[in-house]
Design a protein around this ligand. Structure first.
Ligand SMILES: C[S@@+](CC[C@H](N)C(=O)[O-])C[C@H]1O[C@@H](n2cnc3c(N)ncnc32)[C@H](O)[C@@H]1O
Length: 214
């Protein structure tokens, strides 16, 4: 079953278009506060998986080129960015286009093979010396029998004082997807690993800065 983020959220609310027997039962974590720090970026920012709440678009508006696999997710995101339906594993941009790439809780929606291709593509479209900023949740392996995966609920605090409540959920992975997993993917793709910030809590989150060597 391929469930978009929107279908997933509707299903959580019990009001989705999914039939009751298709609604995934998720392992619900307590809502967590998460402060999203501002960051400096010149020129266009490629935001991978930039639909949904479109947090990076809210922060950086028309600097952002938001790509997402699903048109519906981009339609849901606030206006400001240039929105394009595109697969992160097959980016349509020229090599060395962007100084900055972001992925805000997008990698958890991809399986490890899709992630591997996404890392290679992000590397290709970044300028030498460019950086990729990643925010994500650590995906544990199955924690509760008969559930499809974890549902991480957030209260995001943006630099301008805005608060956004939302939830992201995906299917249990076969092996844990933690900061170590992403560091290994980054190194394979050729990135240098910069600052990694891990935030403990009922569920763990992290932010990571990767750099393409100049
Ligand atoms: C949790 S949402 C991201 C949240 C979003 N960044 C925000 O600010 O609210 C994950 C997104 O990644 C997208 N996605 C998953 N696989 C993708 C792929 N291969 N290429 C592009 N987008 C993808 C999903 O469609 C979904 O909209």
């Amino acid at each position: 079953m391929n469930v978009t983020r929107t279908q997933f959220l509707l299903a959580l609310a019990g009001a989705g278009s999914l039939a009751a027997q298709e609604r995934p039962k998720m392992h619900m974590f307590e809502r967590q506060d998460f402060a999203v720090d501002d960051f400096q970026a010149a020129g266009f920012i490629l935001d991978i998986g930039g639909g949904g709440e479109g947090i990076i678009g809210l922060m950086k508006s028309s600097q952002v080129v938001a790509i997402d696999l699903y048109k519906r997710e981009l339609e849901d995101a606030p206006p400001g960015p240039l929105k394009i339906v595109m697969d992160a594993t097959d980016l349509k941009f020229l090599d060395a286009t962007f100084d900055t790439v972001t992925a805000f809780f997008s990698l958890m929606y991809m399986n490890p093979e899709v992630q591997r291709k996404t890392f290679a593509e992000a590397f290709r479209v970044m300028k030498p010396g460019g950086r990729w900023l990643i925010w994500d949740a650590v995906m544990p392996t199955v924690m509760e029998k008969d559930t499809k995966g974890p549902a991480f609920r957030f209260r995001f605090h943006l630099p301008d004082g805005k608060e956004i409540q939302t939830g992201y959920g995906a299917f249990w992975p076969e092996k844990p997807l933690d900061a170590g997993h992403y560091k290994a993917l980054a190194q394979q793709a050729g990135f240098r690993i910069g600052a990694v910030k891990e935030q403990p809590g009922g569920f763990q989150t992290f932010s990571m800065e990767l750099r393409k060597p100049a």
